[in-house]
Design a protein around this ligand. Structure first.
Ligand SMILES: [Zn+2]
Length: 175
């Protein structure tokens, strides 16, 4: 994404959440660290969020749903302006409301595994991370209203799809 000024910010917030905002802004909460555990775990999250941006999922989502149905607030999402991430947090919340489709989630996993591999992190760790997240979700039960959990299906289907992406990412990792 030429011309994008990437900005990554860690928020002191106990909710395990991460999000990306068009314009190259990504946020990760401290609450996700006990699930990330390793650098490769964190790389999985950041790779996934970057992938949502590079694949322009938010823009696709807006056009899919039609701007009028979503409301003026979210329209800011499709304008690739380099706003401050502090304003992006509000967008991030709205982005959660957008909720990416399962196809977008799988695509973000696939692209994310390649991005983390290119950055020097073992993409097999992505499977371990999402499994830890699935376990966490199970522990918390369905009662949780946590945004990241509600917007990221963590079932066998997703984990199996992710496994199928690993060989391609491994070829990037071993280069
Ligand atoms: Zn996602």
């Amino acid at each position: 994404m030429p011309g994008v000024q990437w900005e990554f910010v860690l928020f002191a917030d106990s909710e395990p959440n991460a999000f990306a905002v068009p314009g190259g802004k990504a946020g990760v909460n401290t609450g996700i660290m006990p699930i990330a555990i390793t650098d490769a775990g964190l790389a999985t999250i950041i790779g996934h969020e970057i992938a949502h941006l590079t694949a322009r999922h938010a823009a696709e989502r807006v056009s899919q749903k039609r701007a009028a149905q979503i409301g003026a607030g979210v329209l800011g999402l499709v304008i690739p302006e380099a706003g401050l991430l502090t304003t992006g947090v509000g967008y991030g919340t709205q982005l959660g409301l957008l909720k990416f489709s399962r196809a977008h989630e799988l695509e973000a996993d696939q692209i994310g595994s390649i991005l983390m591999a290119r950055a020097g992190y073992d993409p097999r760790e992505a499977v371990n991370f999402w499994q830890r997240f699935a376990d966490y979700k199970k522990q918390k039960g369905k009662a949780t209203s946590m945004e990241f959990l509600s917007t990221h299906p963590l079932d066998e289907r997703r984990i199996n799809a992710l496994r199928s992406y690993i060989p391609r990412a491994m070829s990037e990792y071993l280069g």
